[in-house]
Design a protein around this ligand. Sequence first.
Ligand code: ADP
Ligand code: MG
Length: 367
Amino acid sequence: MKVVLQNLTKIFPSRDKKAGKEVVAVNDFTFEIPDGKLIGLLGPSGCGKSTTLYMISGLQKPTSGKIFFGDDDVTELSTENRGIGLVFQNYALYPHMTVKQNIMFPLQNLKGADRMAKEQMLERAEEAARLVQIDELMERKPSELSGGQQQRVAIARALVKMPRVLLLDEPLSNLDARLRLQTREEIRRIQRETGITTVFVTHDQEEAMSISDLIVVMKLGVVQQIGKPQEVYDNPTNLFVAKFLGTPPINVLEGTVRGGKLMLGEDAVLDVAGVADQDVYVGIRPEGFELAENGVLACKLNNVEVMGRDVSVVCTNAASSNPVIRAIINADNKVDLSVAEVRFNLKPHKVFLFNKETEERIRYEVK
Ligand code: ADP
Ligand code: MG
């Protein structure tokens, strides 16, 4: 089921009637979510992710704009009639019911032609439980389950009605690091197996990058960029997106373009033919540095952190906006800690220029 968001906007009135301004939580969001894909809705807290999800679910009504499931305009349809499955951060299970009863609950409320016989409900519940691998735990109460197991029950409950669209709002935030990793792989597997169009909300860029077919990066209610995770990482449209994706984060420096050369301080570090002379922000991915004896960029060496496969060279440069520059290089490169200065060459496709005022990307041909 494809889901179409058409000029979707949500404005909340001000909470403080006297002083406050209204909040544009989601601003003119237009996108066609392809059938059967998993979309990661990504951005910092307060950027409008949940509001977008609630509008798709029908829990909130858009101020303007439309939502289609396939060709059906569902904008005015109630949540119950949209055929969606919803999973929240807190599992919201009924504590007095067993796992089985929790999963069956949505089926018991079906009305009219949708009503099901008891055996049929049981069968469906067992199927959903198998899918999320909790079929051994059907007789337990939620209090007898781990957080990860509780979240699986919540997912099974969302799947049991065979929703047209699955909506997940930060479903892994309450889990510890190891379970988070495991459960996100599970969600990916379940999504692939069922082929249900899924929207997954998270503020965690690594989580979104790792499971999404497409990510949507939002800031202050406005969509910044939509694309495959790797494409967005390799080709950020502005400084915000470049900084939001990647661990460790991108290094940001202040540079100048003079006569087709990018200057960091006194060092001419890159050919940027065609870019007009101007001051720029320079984003360099940590993996964009190559140690070289006669490298173009000189930095003062602070520290070297060995992390198995990789080595993190922590250094400083007067042009850097961040306190330190972090370069990640292969562990086969031996760095002599006693030296005061390290020199790097830059990988051109890992260096991005941004306009100083608009922070939009300045494009040029990488040679
Ligand atoms: P996210 O899920 O990305 O953290 P939200 O969608 O929850 O962000 O919120 C987006 C913006 O809308 C925030 O500024 C938030 O304070 C505001 N907001 C959300 N819900 C309401 C509400 N019911 N009333 C007023 N403002 C709200
Ligand atoms: Mg939220």
